[in-house]
Design a protein around this ligand. Structure first.
Ligand code: SAH
Length: 231
């Protein structure tokens, strides 16, 4: 049994193929630290024409994902297990943040519902969805990419997913809410551009101090809001 089970519901599930089968998300599934199940809304269409969307009542542009297939899919999943969250991706949802990723990474079962076209029938949002999440104040064409971003942010926090060298604990926002420090790798001198001397000193205390100073400096300059919280 994996630590976290994710069910992804979408009208265009092919979008998930590469992201879920590459790099860290793939490795996490291979190690059985997370299980990700994709559900194609078309498989839950109930009418003879396999419709999953229709025009909006009251008129206007765009199609709306219908109640029937989404209720059928989510009700079936809920009958099989208890979910911590049934989340709808939406630009008017709560803005996603590292703190949310941290707490979601401790969950057991989560459903992500991706909208498409103009959105989903409001009755779904009012009767099935437990939280609505936005990736920011801009609109993309479907909830698939937002869901993938959130899933990636969650899964990389599950112990054992990242190796020591990639540890998420030293990333931006994790380290006392500070931004990450600058990083360098070989060669020590590229053209006339040199790597700061201290990083080559081998003095771990000094390196730690330098990195913290740089993180503080950068946060103060780029994100005064975070700096204020840190102080
Ligand atoms: N009419 C909607 C936008 C529909 S875009 C509105 O103005 O609010 C189609 C789908 O893309 C949405 O149903 C949602 O699932 C997803 N989506 C678009 N922008 C998003 C964002 N910033 N965050 C999360 N999901 C988003």
């Amino acid at each position: 049994m994996s630590l976290l089970r994710i069910d992804l519901i979408s009208a265009v599930p092919d979008i998930f193929i590469s992201p879920l089968q590459t790099s860290i998300l793939k490795r996490a599934q291979d190690k059985q630290l997370v299980e990700i199940h994709v559900h194609n809304l078309h498989d839950y269409a109930t009418d003879t024409y396999k419709h999953i969307d229709d025009t909006p009542f009251g008129g206007g542009a765009g199609m709306i994902l219908q109640c029937e297939p989404i209720f059928a899919c989510i009700e079936q999943l809920k009958a099989e297990r208890t979910y911590d969250h049934i989340m709808y991706m939406s630009p008017d949802g709560q803005k996603f943040h590292q703190d949310m990723a941290n707490s979601l990474s401790l969950c057991g079962n989560i459903i992500f519902l991706a909208g498409h076209y103009k959105g989903i029938d409001q009755r779904i949002r009012e009767n099935l969805i437990t939280s609505e999440i936005s990736i920011g104040d801009y609109v993309v064409s479907g909830g698939e990419l937002p869901a993938l971003m959130i899933i990636d942010a969650i899964v990389r926090l599950i112990p054992g997913v990242l190796g020591d060298a990639e540890s998420s604990l030293s990333d931006a926002f994790m380290n006392d809410g500070l931004l990450d420090c600058p990083h360098y790798t070989r060669p020590a001198k590229f053209r006339d551009l040199e790597v700061p001397e201290v990083l080559r000193s081998g003095n771990h205390e000094l390196i730690k101090k330098w990195r913290l100073e740089k993180s503080i400096e950068k946060t103060k300059q780029l994100r005064p809001d975070l700096y204020k919280q840190y102080m």
